[in-house]
Design a protein around this ligand. Structure first.
Ligand SMILES: [Zn+2]
Length: 270
Protein backbone atom coordinates (compact mmCIF):
# COMPACT_ATOMS: atom_id res chain seq x y z
CA UNK A 1 0.00 0.00 0.00
CA UNK A 2 2.78 2.37 1.01
CA UNK A 3 4.46 1.91 -2.30
CA UNK A 4 1.44 2.81 -4.39
CA UNK A 5 0.94 5.93 -2.28
CA UNK A 6 4.50 7.02 -3.01
CA UNK A 7 3.93 6.36 -6.65
CA UNK A 8 0.88 8.60 -6.51
CA UNK A 9 2.81 11.31 -4.69
CA UNK A 10 5.83 11.54 -6.93
CA UNK A 11 4.49 10.92 -10.38
CA UNK A 12 2.03 13.74 -10.77
CA UNK A 13 0.58 13.88 -14.22
CA UNK A 14 -0.08 17.22 -15.90
CA UNK A 15 -3.77 16.65 -15.24
CA UNK A 16 -3.33 16.14 -11.52
CA UNK A 17 -1.24 19.34 -11.42
CA UNK A 18 -4.10 21.14 -13.17
CA UNK A 19 -6.69 19.80 -10.71
CA UNK A 20 -4.44 20.96 -7.86
CA UNK A 21 -4.90 24.60 -8.95
CA UNK A 22 -7.42 25.68 -6.35
CA UNK A 23 -9.94 28.48 -6.99
CA UNK A 24 -9.83 29.51 -3.32
CA UNK A 25 -6.13 30.37 -3.63
CA UNK A 26 -6.89 33.05 -6.23
CA UNK A 27 -10.14 34.40 -4.87
CA UNK A 28 -9.06 37.99 -4.30
CA UNK A 29 -5.83 38.31 -6.25
CA UNK A 30 -5.43 39.45 -9.81
CA UNK A 31 -3.51 36.70 -11.60
CA UNK A 32 -0.54 37.73 -13.72
CA UNK A 33 -0.88 37.08 -17.46
CA UNK A 34 2.28 34.91 -17.36
CA UNK A 35 0.62 32.59 -14.87
CA UNK A 36 -2.43 32.16 -17.09
CA UNK A 37 -0.15 31.37 -20.04
CA UNK A 38 1.66 28.80 -17.83
CA UNK A 39 -1.69 27.12 -17.30
CA UNK A 40 -2.17 27.01 -21.08
CA UNK A 41 1.25 25.26 -21.24
CA UNK A 42 0.22 22.81 -18.55
CA UNK A 43 -2.96 22.02 -20.51
CA UNK A 44 -0.90 21.55 -23.68
CA UNK A 45 -2.96 24.34 -25.20
CA UNK A 46 -0.35 26.76 -26.52
CA UNK A 47 2.41 26.80 -29.10
CA UNK A 48 4.67 29.75 -29.92
CA UNK A 49 7.21 29.96 -32.73
CA UNK A 50 10.74 30.20 -31.34
CA UNK A 51 12.43 32.99 -33.28
CA UNK A 52 15.72 32.34 -31.41
CA UNK A 53 16.05 28.72 -32.49
CA UNK A 54 18.43 28.05 -35.40
CA UNK A 55 16.01 25.38 -36.65
CA UNK A 56 13.24 26.71 -38.91
CA UNK A 57 10.85 23.96 -37.78
CA UNK A 58 7.14 24.22 -38.47
CA UNK A 59 4.49 26.90 -38.12
CA UNK A 60 0.72 27.02 -38.16
CA UNK A 61 -1.55 26.92 -41.18
CA UNK A 62 -4.89 28.26 -39.95
CA UNK A 63 -8.41 27.40 -41.13
CA UNK A 64 -8.51 30.86 -42.72
CA UNK A 65 -5.57 29.87 -44.92
CA UNK A 66 -3.29 32.33 -43.13
CA UNK A 67 0.01 31.32 -41.54
CA UNK A 68 0.77 32.19 -37.91
CA UNK A 69 3.54 32.14 -35.32
CA UNK A 70 1.36 30.96 -32.47
CA UNK A 71 -1.63 28.80 -31.66
CA UNK A 72 -3.99 28.59 -28.69
CA UNK A 73 -6.48 25.87 -27.82
CA UNK A 74 -8.83 27.36 -25.26
CA UNK A 75 -11.13 24.28 -25.04
CA UNK A 76 -8.19 22.33 -23.60
CA UNK A 77 -8.09 24.84 -20.73
CA UNK A 78 -11.81 25.44 -20.31
CA UNK A 79 -12.66 21.76 -20.00
CA UNK A 80 -11.35 22.01 -16.42
CA UNK A 81 -14.05 23.30 -14.09
CA UNK A 82 -11.56 24.67 -11.56
CA UNK A 83 -9.81 26.75 -14.23
CA UNK A 84 -13.17 28.02 -15.49
CA UNK A 85 -14.11 29.08 -11.97
CA UNK A 86 -10.81 30.88 -11.48
CA UNK A 87 -11.11 32.70 -14.80
CA UNK A 88 -14.72 33.67 -14.00
CA UNK A 89 -13.60 35.09 -10.67
CA UNK A 90 -10.84 37.03 -12.49
CA UNK A 91 -13.56 38.51 -14.71
CA UNK A 92 -15.40 39.55 -11.55
CA UNK A 93 -12.28 41.26 -10.18
CA UNK A 94 -11.77 43.15 -13.46
CA UNK A 95 -15.43 44.05 -13.45
CA UNK A 96 -15.22 45.39 -9.92
CA UNK A 97 -12.31 47.61 -10.97
CA UNK A 98 -14.05 49.29 -13.88
CA UNK A 99 -14.75 52.92 -13.15
CA UNK A 100 -12.80 53.16 -9.89
CA UNK A 101 -9.62 55.16 -9.31
CA UNK A 102 -6.15 53.75 -8.62
CA UNK A 103 -6.43 54.84 -4.96
CA UNK A 104 -9.77 53.13 -4.58
CA UNK A 105 -8.34 50.00 -6.23
CA UNK A 106 -5.61 49.80 -3.58
CA UNK A 107 -8.14 50.32 -0.84
CA UNK A 108 -10.46 47.72 -2.29
CA UNK A 109 -7.68 45.20 -2.80
CA UNK A 110 -6.94 45.42 0.93
CA UNK A 111 -10.52 44.69 1.89
CA UNK A 112 -11.06 42.04 -0.74
CA UNK A 113 -13.46 43.70 -3.21
CA UNK A 114 -16.34 42.44 -1.14
CA UNK A 115 -18.02 45.73 -0.38
CA UNK A 116 -20.00 48.27 -2.33
CA UNK A 117 -18.54 47.48 -5.71
CA UNK A 118 -21.95 47.31 -7.24
CA UNK A 119 -22.73 50.91 -6.30
CA UNK A 120 -19.80 52.05 -8.43
CA UNK A 121 -20.33 49.73 -11.33
CA UNK A 122 -23.71 48.02 -11.58
CA UNK A 123 -23.40 44.38 -12.50
CA UNK A 124 -25.02 42.92 -15.60
CA UNK A 125 -28.36 41.17 -15.18
CA UNK A 126 -27.33 38.42 -17.59
CA UNK A 127 -24.10 36.88 -18.85
CA UNK A 128 -23.62 34.94 -22.10
CA UNK A 129 -20.54 32.98 -23.19
CA UNK A 130 -19.69 32.76 -26.88
CA UNK A 131 -20.02 29.13 -28.09
CA UNK A 132 -18.62 26.70 -28.27
CA UNK A 133 -15.51 27.21 -26.20
CA UNK A 134 -16.79 29.88 -23.79
CA UNK A 135 -20.38 28.75 -23.31
CA UNK A 136 -19.74 27.11 -19.92
CA UNK A 137 -17.38 29.93 -18.98
CA UNK A 138 -20.43 32.18 -19.42
CA UNK A 139 -22.24 30.11 -16.80
CA UNK A 140 -19.32 30.36 -14.38
CA UNK A 141 -19.03 34.10 -15.00
CA UNK A 142 -22.76 34.55 -14.35
CA UNK A 143 -22.31 32.80 -10.98
CA UNK A 144 -19.27 34.89 -10.22
CA UNK A 145 -21.07 38.16 -11.01
CA UNK A 146 -24.31 37.12 -9.25
CA UNK A 147 -26.11 37.35 -12.58
CA UNK A 148 -28.39 35.14 -14.66
CA UNK A 149 -26.93 32.88 -17.32
CA UNK A 150 -28.28 32.89 -20.88
CA UNK A 151 -27.37 30.27 -23.42
CA UNK A 152 -25.87 31.15 -26.75
CA UNK A 153 -25.50 28.13 -29.01
CA UNK A 154 -24.18 27.33 -32.46
CA UNK A 155 -26.86 25.86 -34.67
CA UNK A 156 -26.21 23.15 -37.26
CA UNK A 157 -26.01 25.77 -39.99
CA UNK A 158 -23.18 27.43 -38.07
CA UNK A 159 -25.19 30.47 -37.01
CA UNK A 160 -25.37 31.54 -33.39
CA UNK A 161 -28.67 31.55 -31.56
CA UNK A 162 -29.77 32.93 -28.22
CA UNK A 163 -31.71 30.07 -26.62
CA UNK A 164 -33.16 32.01 -23.65
CA UNK A 165 -34.78 35.43 -23.80
CA UNK A 166 -33.42 38.52 -22.09
CA UNK A 167 -36.27 40.76 -20.89
CA UNK A 168 -36.50 44.29 -22.31
CA UNK A 169 -34.34 46.79 -20.46
CA UNK A 170 -32.17 44.11 -18.81
CA UNK A 171 -28.40 44.19 -19.31
CA UNK A 172 -26.18 41.47 -20.70
CA UNK A 173 -22.42 40.95 -20.63
CA UNK A 174 -20.70 38.79 -23.25
CA UNK A 175 -17.58 36.76 -22.47
CA UNK A 176 -15.26 34.92 -24.85
CA UNK A 177 -12.22 32.69 -24.63
CA UNK A 178 -9.98 34.23 -27.27
CA UNK A 179 -10.55 37.42 -29.21
CA UNK A 180 -8.84 37.96 -32.54
CA UNK A 181 -10.82 40.35 -34.74
CA UNK A 182 -14.14 40.36 -32.90
CA UNK A 183 -15.95 38.14 -35.40
CA UNK A 184 -17.45 35.85 -32.75
CA UNK A 185 -18.46 38.84 -30.67
CA UNK A 186 -20.31 40.44 -33.59
CA UNK A 187 -22.19 37.20 -34.22
CA UNK A 188 -23.09 36.97 -30.52
CA UNK A 189 -24.41 40.55 -30.50
CA UNK A 190 -26.58 39.97 -33.54
CA UNK A 191 -27.91 36.67 -32.11
CA UNK A 192 -28.86 38.42 -28.85
CA UNK A 193 -30.43 41.39 -30.60
CA UNK A 194 -32.40 39.10 -32.92
CA UNK A 195 -34.08 37.27 -30.06
CA UNK A 196 -34.12 40.07 -27.48
CA UNK A 197 -34.00 43.38 -29.36
CA UNK A 198 -34.58 45.45 -26.23
CA UNK A 199 -31.84 43.85 -24.13
CA UNK A 200 -29.07 46.30 -23.26
CA UNK A 201 -25.55 45.09 -24.02
CA UNK A 202 -22.87 46.12 -21.54
CA UNK A 203 -20.16 48.07 -23.40
CA UNK A 204 -17.43 45.46 -22.82
CA UNK A 205 -16.22 42.15 -24.05
CA UNK A 206 -14.45 40.10 -21.39
CA UNK A 207 -11.90 37.67 -22.86
CA UNK A 208 -9.20 35.38 -21.51
CA UNK A 209 -6.70 36.13 -24.26
CA UNK A 210 -6.68 39.07 -26.63
CA UNK A 211 -4.45 37.79 -29.42
CA UNK A 212 -5.10 40.40 -32.08
CA UNK A 213 -4.24 43.60 -30.20
CA UNK A 214 -7.79 44.95 -30.63
CA UNK A 215 -8.81 47.63 -28.11
CA UNK A 216 -12.48 47.90 -28.87
CA UNK A 217 -15.11 46.59 -31.25
CA UNK A 218 -17.48 48.99 -32.97
CA UNK A 219 -20.89 47.68 -33.95
CA UNK A 220 -23.00 49.88 -36.15
CA UNK A 221 -26.16 51.30 -34.54
CA UNK A 222 -25.22 49.76 -31.18
CA UNK A 223 -21.93 51.25 -30.08
CA UNK A 224 -18.39 50.56 -28.92
CA UNK A 225 -17.36 47.60 -26.80
CA UNK A 226 -14.11 47.80 -24.86
CA UNK A 227 -12.05 44.61 -24.73
CA UNK A 228 -11.12 43.63 -21.19
CA UNK A 229 -8.53 40.86 -21.43
CA UNK A 230 -6.80 38.83 -18.74
CA UNK A 231 -3.89 38.29 -21.12
CA UNK A 232 -2.63 40.40 -24.03
CA UNK A 233 -0.78 37.87 -26.18
CA UNK A 234 -0.06 38.88 -29.73
CA UNK A 235 -0.07 36.21 -32.41
CA UNK A 236 0.97 37.32 -35.88
CA UNK A 237 -0.79 36.17 -39.03
CA UNK A 238 0.23 36.49 -42.66
CA UNK A 239 -0.92 35.31 -46.05
CA UNK A 240 1.26 32.51 -47.44
CA UNK A 241 2.94 34.95 -49.86
CA UNK A 242 3.98 37.32 -47.12
CA UNK A 243 4.83 34.79 -44.43
CA UNK A 244 8.32 35.48 -43.01
CA UNK A 245 8.43 32.01 -41.46
CA UNK A 246 8.05 30.33 -44.87
CA UNK A 247 10.86 32.64 -46.09
CA UNK A 248 13.20 31.31 -43.38
CA UNK A 249 12.46 27.72 -44.46
CA UNK A 250 9.83 26.78 -41.90
CA UNK A 251 7.03 24.50 -43.09
CA UNK A 252 3.37 25.40 -42.51
CA UNK A 253 1.09 22.63 -41.19
CA UNK A 254 -2.38 22.47 -39.67
CA UNK A 255 -1.60 22.18 -35.96
CA UNK A 256 -4.52 19.95 -35.03
CA UNK A 257 -5.27 18.10 -38.28
CA UNK A 258 -3.66 14.96 -36.79
CA UNK A 259 -2.00 14.50 -33.37
CA UNK A 260 1.38 14.06 -35.08
CA UNK A 261 1.19 17.62 -36.40
CA UNK A 262 0.85 19.02 -32.90
CA UNK A 263 3.98 17.09 -31.85
CA UNK A 264 5.85 18.28 -34.94
CA UNK A 265 4.98 21.91 -34.46
CA UNK A 266 5.87 21.81 -30.74
CA UNK A 267 9.14 19.90 -31.12
CA UNK A 268 10.33 20.89 -34.60
CA UNK A 269 12.68 23.61 -33.33
CA UNK A 270 14.21 21.70 -30.41
ZN1 LIG B 1 4.28 30.45 -43.67
Amino acid sequence: MGKSFEHFQYNLTAESKIFAIAPDDYHNSVILPEVILEWFELCDAIWRYDYDSPKPGYHALLKSGLHSDGFLLAPEVLKYHNLRRIIARQFFLRWAEIGISEDEKKQWASIGFSRDWEKVNPKPDYVAGIPKAAKELGRNTAESLYANFVRLEKKEDGLMELIDKIPAGKTCLIVEDICTKGTGFREAVSAIKKKSPNAILMPYEFVIVNRGGLKEIEIEDIGYFQIVALVEHRINEWSADECPLCKRGSISIKPKAIPENWELIKNGQK
